[in-house]
Write a protein that binds this ligand. Structure first.
Ligand SMILES: Nc1ncnc2c1ncn2[C@@H]1O[C@H](COP(=O)(O)OP(=O)(O)OP(=O)(O)O)[C@@H](O)[C@H]1O
Ligand SMILES: O=c1ccn([C@@H]2O[C@H](COP(=O)(O)O)[C@@H](O)[C@H]2O)c(=O)[nH]1
Length: 239
């Protein structure tokens, strides 16, 4: 049976916190290998994959030290945390036989090449996975916004938010057990109801550029592939 992907090029926003697995901080080896395996599953379908990686697994761990710091300085620390995750992800991909390139929005040339849009697109055309580190490169933003931005810049068909929950709920499901999952939700409703699964800047940017977002759990085996194949999985946020 041939599996025809619904999307040819995707931008995956991968939660930094998801890399912790059950740990309270950092990167859990088994978890990152499992996530890479999920990504390999869609690369093997011929889908072009770009990834924006978050930093919550490292940055929230140092948050007490950052408390009281100048906001911009703390944000630069957060962006550097995402570069560490990008390198770890690339290393895990290499072990799994997936060819990838890391591009950083902050210049850190001994460690990663700078973000160059044309080069990123070329890598995607060559079926190399492109991992974007350092978010947007600007403080006061998040990697959710970076995902929306990079998704549009590289001409992705959709932004996929791979996170710790299996979709968008009426309220945070980790805090409110009565929260109900949406099958689909519009950007306007997500913004007006202040649904915090993704930041409002990212939602607004995607709404304005008509870029749909699919929110799903990266811990659910096969969920990424099901989304890519257009099957019923997670929540679709749309115009
Ligand atoms: N309405 C909602 N529906 C679903 N999840 C929600 C909602 N409101 C808040 N959340 C929370 O949002 C989290 C996902 O967003 P968050 O930005 O914290 O993580 P992330 O971006 O995946 O991680 P990181 O910052 O490490 O990259 C979920 O784990 C969930 O607990
Ligand atoms: O464009 C960006 C992206 C991120 N930051 C800072 O990094 C941390 C970690 O990113 P998450 O999106 O929370 O995973 C974030 O809290 C910001 O402090 C940034 O400044 N600009």
């Amino acid at each position: 049976m041939s599996l025809e992907p619904k999307y040819k090029r995707i931008l995956v926003k991968l939660s930094g916190e998801a890399l912790m697995g059950e740990d309270s901080y950092g990167i859990n080896r088994v978890t990152i290998e499992r996530i890479v395996n999920e990504i390999k599953g869609v690369v093997d379908l011929g889908v072009q994959v770009a990834i924006v990686i978050g930093g919550g697994n490292i940055f929230r761990g140092v948050a007490p030290a950052a408390a009281g710091m100048d906001r911009a300085t703390a944000d630069y620390m957060g962006m550097l945390a995402t570069v560490m995750n990008a390198l770890a992800l690339q290393d895990a991909m290499r072990h799994a036989g997936v060819v990838s390139r890391v591009q950083s929005a902050l210049t850190i040339q001994q460690v990663a090449e700078p973000y160059i849009r044309g080069k990123a697109i070329r890598y995607l055309e060559e079926n190399k996975v492109v991992i974007f580190g350092a978010g947007t490169g600007n403080p006061f933003f998040t990697t959710d916004t970076a995902a929306a931005l990079r998704g549009m810049e590289v001409g992705a068909d959709i932004v996929l938010k791979a996170t710790k929950v299996d979709g968008v709920y009426t309220d945070d499901p980790k805090k409110n057990p009565d929260a109900v999952r949406y099958h689909t939700v519009t950007f306007d409703e997500a913004i007006s109801r202040n649904l915090k699964v993704m930041d409002a800047t990212a939602f607004a940017l995607c709404r304005d550029q008509k870029m749909n977002i699919s929110v799903f759990s990266i811990f659910k085996a096969g969920a990424l592939k099901r989304v890519v194949l257009g099957e019923d999985e997670g929540t679709l946020v749309h115009c």
